[in-house]
Design a protein. Structure first.
Length: 190
């Protein structure tokens, strides 16, 4: 996956890695699950080409939220529907992407709409405090592809920045339905 991190963030990552003690060990053969293969197929190129900042935006700002949601976490990659060729289709953050449930081949996860539409999106209905509380709750659905463990380390300011960015997007009326659906079910209309 290609992340468009700022020079400042890349320098911090490299500095951290160089400060770690060296370890010699055998690296096992790389084996991906079907879900992992699908993620790799879709994650080869960035979801959208955006300018890469030299310095990371700071604070609980829309700019910081845009950087985190598009460049660092790449939320847009899962919360935007994809066409048969894997390309993003439909409105950014409008949800609807269908992902296999590893434990049940008859089911799919469907990503929710994250635009501020009050009728079809939790972000459109939740207050900022409710959004932060949802993030702090972690996984609510067993086997979810949402990386809640990684996001648990976000600061409250970072979560608030993401919320403020999502609230700044144009609302998209896209009813994605329940988070877990039958694989054979028709794809909901946008």
């Amino acid at each position: 996956m290609e992340f468009q991190l700022s020079d400042e963030d890349l320098t911090s990552i490299v500095s951290y890695l160089r400060a770690q003690p060296a370890k010699a060990h055998a690296v096992p053969e790389h084996q991906l699950t079907r879900f992992g293969k699908a993620l790799m197929a879709f994650a080869i190129a960035p979801a959208q080409a955006a300018p890469v900042p030299t310095k990371s935006p700071t604070g609980a700002t829309v700019e910081r939220g845009a950087y985190l949601a598009n460049n660092v976490s790449s939320c847009v990659s899962c919360h935007t529907n994809r066409g048969p060729d894997g390309a993003l289709v439909g409105p950014a953050f409008g949800g609807g992407q269908r992902m296999d449930v590893a434990a049940d081949a008859t089911k799919v996860f469907v990503s929710p709409n994250l635009t501020p539409d009050p009728e079809t999106s939790p972000v459109g209905a939740w207050s900022e405090d409710a959004f932060v509380a949802r993030f702090r709750m972690g996984a609510a659905i067993p086997g979810t592809p949402m990386p809640w463990g990684a996001f648990a380390r976000l600061t409250d300011d970072d979560v608030r920045a993401i919320y403020r960015y999502l609230r700044s997007l144009p609302p998209s009326r896209n009813r994605t339905g329940p988070a877990v659906q039958e694989k054979s079910a028709a794809v909901p209309a946008q």
